[in-house]
Design a protein around this ligand. Structure first.
Ligand SMILES: [Zn+2]
Ligand SMILES: [Zn+2]
Length: 273
């Protein structure tokens, strides 16, 4: 299983000198199975570059999974080139609570917001509901309900002995919970890599409770309780600069020396054989 991060920012895309190291595009993760199944999770602005890669690699069959339909997870779709190509086949997986993926994407791509509607697209689009467990080629996929305003799912991908969990937009210790903390511990246990929302510092979190995001410290508790070695913090706050993220990383690595701690950066890759 190969993973590449294309969008690591939360809430809104940013572009300035202070965010070049970790990147300014909103959430998008690309996964390729050993057999070559192409899976994209979330369509933040980072998906534009996934489109370029798929085109270059002549990959026509794409599975697109949505964790939820907040802007920062769907906004790249109108600029995702494969949807404009007749030869593309897109299987779109999304939950149907509040709205289906079809409805959420159609609302976004409609006049006057965009000149081309979803119905105008020449590519073959098949909508599939996001179940608790399903398979895409050699990838086994499991979901869990995150603690986030509006229905949101966390994803675990397994191929052979390797599992990777991607939990973005998740408040681990929310007062209003869909999922109690211990269930997250079980869900991510034995994963080789956990990519988790860590939008806030402890200080910022005090005024952001209920927003549906976690702190670095909370994520490190999960990492310890689930006995995970490799952790990547993601969904960086738009106001977090490279320098502030570096400072947090340094602090976390000093405090938790046994763990391999990283902050999600655009272009970062992971390979599991
Ligand atoms: Zn988000
Ligand atoms: Zn969200």
């Amino acid at each position: 299983m190969f993973i590449k991060l294309y969008g690591t920012r939360g809430s809104i895309a940013v572009s300035n000198k202070a965010t070049q190291k970790y990147g300014g595009n909103t959430t998008c993760l690309y996964v390729e199975s050993r057999a070559g199944d192409a899976v994209v999770i979330d369509a933040g602005t980072g998906i534009r570059q996934v489109g370029d890669y798929l085109l270059k690699s002549k990959i026509k069959k794409i599975s697109l999974i949505f964790t939820h339909y907040h802007w920062d997870h769907i906004q790249g779709i109108p600029m995702f080139i494969p949807i404009f190509l007749k030869k593309s086949v897109l299987n779109i997986y999304g939950h149907k609570k509040e709205a289906s993926a079809k409805k959420a994407l159609s609302y976004q791509m409609t006049k006057p917001y965009w000149p081309v509607t979803m119905a105008d697209l020449p590519s073959k689009i098949v909508y599939k509901s996001l179940k608790k467990k399903f398979k895409i080629g050699s990838l086994k996929i499991e979901t869990i309900i995150n603690n986030h305003p509006n229905y949101t799912l966390g994803i675990k991908l397994t191929e052979g002995k390797n599992s990777v969990a991607f939990l973005t937009d998740n408040e681990l210790f929310a007062e209003q919970t869909h999922t109690p903390y211990r269930k997250f511990v079980n869900f991510v246990k034995k994963t080789k890599l956990l990519i988790h929302d860590a939008q806030y510092t402890n200080n910022v979190y005090k005024s952001k409770k209920g927003y549906g995001h976690s702190t670095y410290t909370q994520v490190m508790k999960l990492v310890q309780d689930a006995k995970i070695k490799n952790i990547v913090f993601t969904h960086h706050d738009p106001s977090s600069s490279d320098i502030s993220i570096n400072t947090i990383l340094k602090k976390m690595r000093r405090k938790y020396p046994k763990y391999n701690i990283k902050a999600a950066a655009e272009g970062m890759t992971f390979t599991f054989k």
